[in-house]
Every structure is written in C-alpha cells, then in structure tokens.
Design a protein around this ligand. Structure first.
Ligand code: 4AD
Ligand code: MG
Length: 424
C-alpha cells in the first residue's frame, strides 16, 4: 500500500498524473448527477469528483459510502475552476464507518473535552487536535536534540520503586507480589546517582502523583523532562534551562509553523533574558499588591495573580525557604539553593543544587521527618565520591499548554489521567 500512496498535500504537484490517495471520507455531496467526496489524510484534503454518466457504478458506490469510512482512490489529478480534484477510475472502501459516530470528526459540531478524550483516536481527525499532538512530538524532538547537542546521556529510570522521592504524600501504592511498592513521582534520586559516571543525564518520561487536584494544570500521570548535571550548581542549571526555553520557543514555532497555523495561535516569543527574583523579593511584590502572605508560605492563588501581573512572561523565583523544598535540595541556612521557573502564574519547572555530602544528606532526611535507614539504598553512594550536582524537572504537558495555546492540560495529553478518569 505504502509504495503507491501519494500524500494528499503532494497531489497538487501531480496534475495530469494518475495517483492513489488513502484517507477518510470527510464529506460527501451529490449535486444532480455528480458526487463530490472530500477525502482527508493527516496532510490535507482533496476533492474526488465522480460523474454518473461517466461511471455509474463508481457513482453509486460513492453516494453510498458512509462519512469517515477509510478509502483508497485512484485517478488522474486535474485542476478545474482553480480547484484541484481527482477523477477516479477506482475507489476501494478499506473500512466502513458505522453511524451514528460518537463525535463529529469534522469539528463542525463542537464536542466537550470529555467527549473528545473518550473518543481520542477519532478526534485526531479534527485538524486542530491533530495539530496539537504533532506539535507535541516536534517539541519533544527539539528538547531531545538540545540535550544531545550538549553531550548529555538519555537515561531510563524505573517507574516501580520502593521509596518516595518527593516526600511521602502523593504516592500511588501498588501490590508488588504481596509487598508494597510505589509508582515513581520523579526520577529524582536515580538521576542524581547517575551523575557519578556521566557529566549530564536527561529523561523524558511519565511519572505519577496521587494528587486529588482538579485543576487545569494537574494530572495524576504527567510527563516530566528531567535533567541532572555533574559539577554544576543551581545557577548553572538555570542558565541551561533558560537556554532550553530560548531554543524551544524559537525552534518549535519554526518547525511547527503549519501546526500553529491550523491552531491559529502564536506562542510567546523566546525570552531575551529571564529575570531571577528571590523568594523574599517575590513576597515584597505580593505584599505591595495588597495580598497578605507570611514568610514560608507557598506562593499561590491571589499571590500568584499579583506576581504574574508584574511578570507576565518567564521568570525564576530562587532561594525558597528550605522548609518548603524536598530533602535532596542543598540547604543555605533557612533558605535553599532552589528555583521555580514560572511563566505568568504557571509553574513550569522546579530545580536546584543537590546536597552531595553524605552526612549532610542524611541530616536533611531526618530533619524532614523521614526514615534515614529507608534511604540507605540511595545515600550509600554519597560515600563513594558523589560529585556536586544540580538539575531540574520540567512539566512537558504544562509546557505544551503554553506552546499550543490551550487552557486545559487535558487538551495536550492523548489519554489524560486525573482522579476521576482512567479510561479510555
Ligand atoms: O516541581 P516538581 O514536583 O519537582 C520535581 O519533581 C523535582 N524532582 C524536580 C527537580 O529536578 N528538582 O515537578 C516538576 C515539574 C513541575 O514544575 C510541573 O511543571 C510538573 O513537573 N508537574 C506536574 N504537571 C502536571 N501534573 C502534575 N501533577 C505535576 N506535578 C509536577
Ligand atoms: Mg515544583
């Protein structure tokens, strides 16, 4: 099949030639003795015109084909009245679509997000939805390319683990042959360990958070872009993350121009420079904006609104209270060598310098109220010459909402998982 297939967007370059296209019947009109089929494939759409008095058998077949059925059409490409069309000498139905369809794949009748997700494969026939997931694929490629150009090693860490990494809450427990195991919340501890032998490691993978959040930016299964770099501190990895954002926000609009045109959306321009404000400075801004906030509080709700008004684009909030960060972050008195990358009110990434000194790391664990022994499987490597290191985790799904101009994280994930939904 593939050998004789012409992609529909290549058809206009083949006027006068006989080609075969494969696709689905998006629309069908019969005007007098002429049947018009609009055939679409992921690259475009084209009209197939059949006249009854030229081929009555084909005309009968065309008028009977249910919309959305998959077909192969073979015929001569021609241009008539500025319209490119195919005059077929054969049409083969490859698979028939049964009606009623659960959603309208032309997108003319709008369906709810829930219905689109429940019918995800069929929804990919809606050009906008198809474009979102092509853009996501482009974005992953651009990110991977950036890391590889830096010489970082792509790693794969386990998703079934024995101990929490981000603290005890939000863990999905699984029955592991009668023992308790958990779904990984992040590759955190493994990626840190691997800096013993690699200069830098990255992973793009799904992770799990048992959070009963019903927001437009939380999922229970999300994709994280993780980096960890040896002989680096948090300033170094903020530089890398800033460079990555510049690269992504300049490359993705170029390579995804067709997709963004379909979406009729222009992502924010690549940042020129990303301001780095301290947590303390952020509190000053919030208070000056008339919102009460105590030192040590997380910055959310109204406080974020105030901050986002002053910084509508990218900015870092650095030096968070140590109490608000996980045990592996390096402590700096009552502060920590940590950062969040924000765009407006959305947190895109968190990262920091890690504690690489064995005794200090154990002290951090016990100060967080965690059991030092249960982390021995991890901390023991810090006795054998662990390099200083730093890294970040970047939420790919959240990044995609910004790149594709979507409000809800569920729109940029093929099969989103939230507290209510684990199907399809
Ligand atoms: O801020 P988080 O929890 O940080 C970590 O996981 C650290 N291990 C990262 C590090 O290297 N220090 O998660 C990182 C990012 C968040 O900023 C957010 O973009 C995304 O992952 N994220 C989620 N996205 C969707 N749904 C969720 N439930 C998410 N939890 C985190
Ligand atoms: Mg965070």
């Amino acid at each position: 099949m593939l050998k004789d297939r012409t992609k529909i967007h290549d058809a206009p370059g083949k006027i006068g030639q006989k080609i075969s296209i494969y696709g689905w019947v998006e629309d069908k009109r019969v005007v007098g003795g002429v049947a018009f089929l609009i055939i679409r494939d992921p690259t475009g759409k084209i009209q197939v015109t059949i006249k009854r008095d030229q081929n009555s058998e084909l005309f009968a077949l065309a008028t009977d084909i249910p919309r959305q059925s998959t077909v192969k059409a073979t015929g001569i490409v021609r241009e008539f009245n500025n319209i490119i069309e195919i005059i077929p000498d054969s049409i083969k139905i490859l698979s028939t679509a049964q009606h009623p369809l659960p959603i309208d794949p032309t997108g003319r009748t709008e369906a709810s997000i829930h219905k689109l997700i429940q019918n995800r494969p069929l929804s990919l026939r809606i050009p906008e939805i198809n474009a979102i997931f092509r853009l996501r694929s482009i974005t992953k490629q651009v990110i991977r390319e950036f890391f590889i150009s830096k010489g970082y090693i792509e790693i794969d860490t386990p998703k079934i683990i024995a101990t929490a990494t981000e603290g005890g809450a939000n863990l999905f427990e699984v029955d592991y042959f009668g023992r308790s195991a958990y779904l990984a919340q992040s590759p955190q501890l493994y990626k840190e360990q691997l800096t013993m032998g690699f200069d830098g490691v990255f992973e793009i993978a799904q992770f799990y958070r048992a959070e009963k959040s019903h927001t437009r930016r939380h999922l229970t299964e999300f994709t994280s872009v993780d980096l960890e770099v040896a002989y680096a501190d948090y300033n170094d990895v903020m530089d890398i993350l800033e460079e990555l954002m510049k690269y992504v926000f300049s490359e993705v609009p170029k390579r995804g121009r067709a997709e963004l045109e379909i979406l009729q959306y222009k992502p924010p321009p690549p940042p020129k420079e990303v301001p780095r404000i301290t947590y303390d400075e952020a509190l000053d801004v919030v208070r000056a904006g008339g919102v009460d906030i105590e030192w040590g509080d997380d910055i959310d709700g109204d406080a974020l609104d105030v901050l986002a008004r002053k910084y509508p684009g990218f900015y870092f909030i650095v030096d968070w209270p140590w109490d608000s960060k996980p045990f592996y972050i390096r402590r700096k008195g009552r502060l920590s060598e940590s950062f969040d990358l924000m765009i407006g009110r959305l947190e895109l990434s968190s990262g920091g310098t890690r504690e690489h000194i064995y005794e200090e790391l154990k002290k951090n664990i016990s100060e967080k109220g965690l059991n030092v022994e249960s982390f021995e499987y991890h901390t023991r490597f810090y006795k054998y010459g662990m390099p200083p290191h730093a890294g970040f985790g970047l939420g790919l799904d959240r990044l995609m909402t910004v790149l594709a101009g979507r409000e809800n994280i569920r729109e940029v994930v093929l099969y989103p998982r939230d507290p209510e939904t684990i199907t399809p």
